[in-house]
Write a protein that binds this ligand. Structure first.
Ligand code: 4AD
Ligand code: MG
Length: 435
């Protein structure tokens, strides 16, 4: 038997010259039977390519397999590549062989279905070209951030997910029955990272964080991916610089490798170009309040900034930007109190432009034992529960800062999605934990 042509990804096969041989495999994305010819568009992890099965030229068993192939059937085809401007990608494969590996039953997604139905069949919907483009962008953003951290001296560590106390307040804690005792799913690895800076100085982790958010919004998940880092001997400005560089590295990585996916998603590339350089502006919370008032938003100094206020603020900027120095009472107890202005803390958020809002939250940490203890008491928390965290201020305390980046939020913005659920394959919702 003659050897079959080389197995290629659709992307590689499309780049071949006319007359060259290739074999591709994947799933049937589209199919049209025009009598003389059957057009089968095959989808694989790299894209799509059209296969033409000519009834007058292809072997009968190939024609039969192509006839039987349904949408999403697993198939393989080989033959010669021919340029054709009408075919997606500008070339097609003229089939000399076609094999049906697994015939798909009637595929339950036809197009035009609603959001709820598509969530019911999420395990099948994640194959869509749009979502596949998002998974590829997500991969590349994560890779770029990893590379940035690796080449700047950060140690990757592995903190626990089962924890004993709240980092970001009790309201969003998920309780777990841990052998008859109360435990919680982690909201943030921050306290563990803070403990680890005393051995490694610059640490980061990528974990799932859990938030029992009260309301359903476009930018909240109940389980999300959290890239956090913590640095010894670092002040707020140092962490802000890292936050900007990390974000810019992610954007640059995606621009370098995923333009096709961005285009498939209809993403405005210029907006991303501007975000690929880390010189992001910063405003204080006080200035933010002024800017909001100027746009007629009714806010007062001391109010927390929600998604609506953040959206208005983004209209002033065309790159990501920082908001710093928040009032103490709207932020977490661990943020360092500004010694010159004790009503504010050395905290910062990084907001993505184009209406997206917060993607990073960080701060310098309170490193003084007595002040931290009084902040814990002030917030009505039990110092006993934070004993080990307080200990870190008793044995060689140093100034330190860090932040958490919401990976799903970053992907949502970079990919230009209008809902965070499509930044992650299997989003968890309050009313569904399926599939
Ligand atoms: O601002 P947050 O709550 O800060 C912390 O958890 C700090 N302890 C992190 C640290 O300093 N190590 O959360 C950090 C980021 C937010 O900016 C946002 O991007 C993301 O996590 N985030 C969520 N993403 C999706 N769904 C949710 N429910 C999220 N809550 C926070
Ligand atoms: Mg925050």
């Amino acid at each position: 038997m003659e050897a079959l042509p080389r197995l290629l990804k659709t992307r590689e096969a499309l780049r071949l010259g006319s007359g060259e041989e290739a074999r591709i495999r994947g799933w049937v994305y589209r199919k049209r039977d025009l009598g003389g010819k059957i057009f089968v568009v095959i989808r694989d992890s790299e894209g799509i390519m059209q296969v033409v099965v000519d009834r007058s030229k292809a072997p009968p068993e190939a024609v039969e397999a192509a006839e039987e192939a349904t949408i999403e059937s697993a198939v393989e085809a080989w033959g010669r590549v021919e340029a054709d401007p009408r075919a997606p990608g500008g070339a097609e494969l003229r089939a000399e062989g076609f094999v049906l590996h697994s015939r798909a039953e009637d595929f339950p997604i036809k197009g035009g279905e609603g959001v709820d139905y598509l969530l019911d069949v999420r395990h099948l919907w994640i194959r869509s070209r749009r979502l596949t483009a998002v998974w590829r962008i997500r991969h590349t953003a994560l890779k770029a951030m990893r590379e940035y951290l690796e080449s700047n001296g950060w140690w990757e560590v592995s903190p626990p997910i089962l924890t004993q106390s709240a980092v970001e307040g009790g309201a969003t804690l998920f309780e777990v029955n841990f052998f008859g005792r109360k435990a919680y799913l982690s909201q943030s690895a921050q306290f563990y990272l803070e403990a680890l800076i005393y051995s490694l100085e610059r640490v980061w982790s990528l974990t799932t964080s859990f938030r029992a958010e009260r309301s359903r919004t476009r930018r909240h998940l109940y389980e999300y991916w959290h890239l956090e880092l913590e640095e010894a001997w670092a002040h707020m400005r140092d962490s802000m610089r890292v936050a900007a560089e990390l974000t810019a590295a992610a954007v640059k990585g995606v621009l370098d490798e995923r333009v096709e996916e961005l285009e498939l998603l209809g993403r405005n590339i210029d907006a991303l170009e501007r975000a690929s350089k880390p010189d992001y502006p910063a405003i204080t919370y006080d200035e933010a309040i002024e800017l909001l008032k100027r746009k007629g938003v009714s806010v007062e100094w001391g109010d927390d900034l929600g998604a609506d206020e953040e959206r208005v603020l983004t209209s002033y900027f065309d790159t990501p930007f920082f908001v710093t120095h928040f009032p103490k009472h709207i932020k977490s107890f661990y943020m360092k109190v500004d010694r010159d202005r004790p009503e504010v803390v050395l905290g910062f958020d990084l907001l993505a432009p184009e209406g997206y809002g917060e993607i990073i939250g960080g701060s310098e940490r309170e490193d003084d034992y007595e002040i931290l203890l009084s902040r814990i008491k002030e917030e009505g928390l039990d110092p006993e529960e934070y004993k080990w965290y307080l200990d870190l201020r008793r044995y060689g305390s140093v100034p330190h800062s860090g932040f958490g980046l919401g990976v799903d939020r970053l992907v949502m913005w970079v990919a230009g999605l209008d809902h965070i659920r499509d930044s992650i394959p299997f989003p968890r919702f309050r009313d569904r934990i399926y599939p």
